[in-house]
Design a protein around this ligand. Structure first.
Ligand code: NAD
Ligand code: GLY
Length: 365
């Protein structure tokens, strides 16, 4: 087992990573306080792992709230369902919420914890690869709005994150690939060596080789913990974790939540960001082509955005991106593999070329 720390002064917390950790009751125990434990999960994950988690918490386990599965259910209505149940159960401020699921459950349980009775403790038991490498760490919580992804939320850190890598054995392959898109993101942002390693390890990672996957999860969590410790509320460097997300969130919203997986739209968005960087002459044609090849061919990810999203739709949705300032959209672009930058000065004609490039993305313009 490996233990990392998200260093945030008196709100610091551990990330435990390893196989079989859902059997290790002593790990979460110091972070539970002396109140009741209420697990928030969904209809897919609960039948697989709730029994194990009930046993993990023993006599402290109070109840489970099971939500419908899917991105389209990441709504304020479902947050209300959590509040309703907590009130029915007469949960007080000592209650600890436990998020058992992927990023959707983690973000919602975290937001409910941030707001119920002005804030109660929560811990993350992430079960998807995406949640294990990204969303369970760093305290971004919230829900979608019909006009934009993750538009309602709060920064609110968990008390601990327990990553049991063995639960990934039941994750569908499409979800594994979606999680690997966020893994590749860490390489593109600031670790060229990691990106090269990932390019070479696609077969073993897609096959969930425990050693290689454990290594990848650890590198991602180290990177995320370091970035969050420097910039918890995204005033600067944390924005780089949004590589691919400005385009990706617009695609997710325009296509209707749940039609594309979050990680799939991040894959498309990273190829669009590479394409825009190429058009700005910041990276060469061979670098842009390499990025597309690794995602599309080595990992079999979708990289071409749906053709029916119009330029006006992209611009409208991207204008409310959380990085936008005074109506100006800001993008995370690349100066090289492993060197991402935040850029607000994007020529409209180059942006339009990227938005309409389709299958020609990252081909020499
Ligand atoms: P998800 O939560 O929808 O999970 C993916 C699917 O896998 C779901 O159907 C889920 O039920 C299922 N699943 C999860 N674990 C499983 C397991 N072990 N076995 C079988 N099935 C399992 O999606 P996700 O990809 O985990 O997360 C995406 C969400 O995370 C998006 O809403 C995105 O906005 C959010 N996100 C948040 C942050 C953050 O910092 N808070 C970062 C990245 C993404
Ligand atoms: N996934 C982006 C962030 O946590 O900042």
């Amino acid at each position: 087992m490996e233990t990392l720390t998200v260093d945030l002064g008196d709100r610091s917390y551990p990330i435990f990573i390893g196989g079989g950790l859902l059997e290790r009751a002593e790990l979460p125990e110091p972070y539970l306080g002396d109140g009741r434990i209420v697990v928030v999960s969904n209809e897919t994950v609960a039948p697989l792992y709730l029994e194990r988690v009930t046993a993990l918490f023993g006599a402290s386990f109070g109840a489970a709230i099971i939500l419908p599965d899917g991105e389209k259910h990441k709504t304020l209505d479902n947050i209300n369902r959590i509040y309703d149940r907590l009130l029915e159960l007469k949960c007080d401020r000592k209650t600890t919420l436990v998020a058992l699921g992927g990023g959707v459950i983690g973000d919602m349980a975290g937001f409910a914890a941030a707001t119920y009775q002005r804030g109660i403790g929560y811990i993350q038991l992430p079960t998807s690869l995406l949640a294990q490498v990204d969303s369970s760490v760093g305290g971004k919580t919230g829900v979608n709005h019909p006009r934009g992804k993750n538009m309602i939320g709060a920064f609110y850190q968990p008390r601990c994150v327990l990553i049991d890598t063995t639960v990934l054995s039941t994750l569908p392959q499409r979800e594994v690939k979606a999680g690997l898109a966020e893994v590749l993101k860490y390489g593109l942002i600031d670790d060229a060596e990691f990106f090269a390693w990932l390019a070479a390890q696609s077969e073993s990672l897609l096959a969930l080789d425990p050693d290689q996957l454990g290594h990848a999860i650890s590198i991602c969590c180290q990177s995320k913990a370091a970035i969050v410790a420097k910039d918890e509320k995204e005033a600067g460097v944390r924005a780089l974790l949004n590589l691919g997300h400005t385009f990706g969130h617009a695609i997710e919203t325009a296509a209707g939540y749940g039609n594309w997986l979050h990680g799939e739209t991040v894959a498309m968005g990273m190829v669009m960001a590479a394409d825009l960087s190429l058009r700005k002459d910041w990276i060469g044609a061979s670098t842009a082509a390499e990025i597309r090849t690794v995602l599309e061919e080595n990992y079999g990810m979708p990289v071409i955005p749906p053709a029916d999203i119009r330029v006006e739709d992209y611009l409208d949705l991207m204008a409310s991106d959380k990085k936008a300032e005074r109506g100006r959209i800001r993008f995370i672009l690349l100066r090289a593999i492993g060197q991402a930058v935040l850029e607000g000065n994007v020529e409209p004609e180059l942006l339009e070329q990227t938005l309409t490039a389709g299958d020609q993305l990252c081909r020499n313009p």
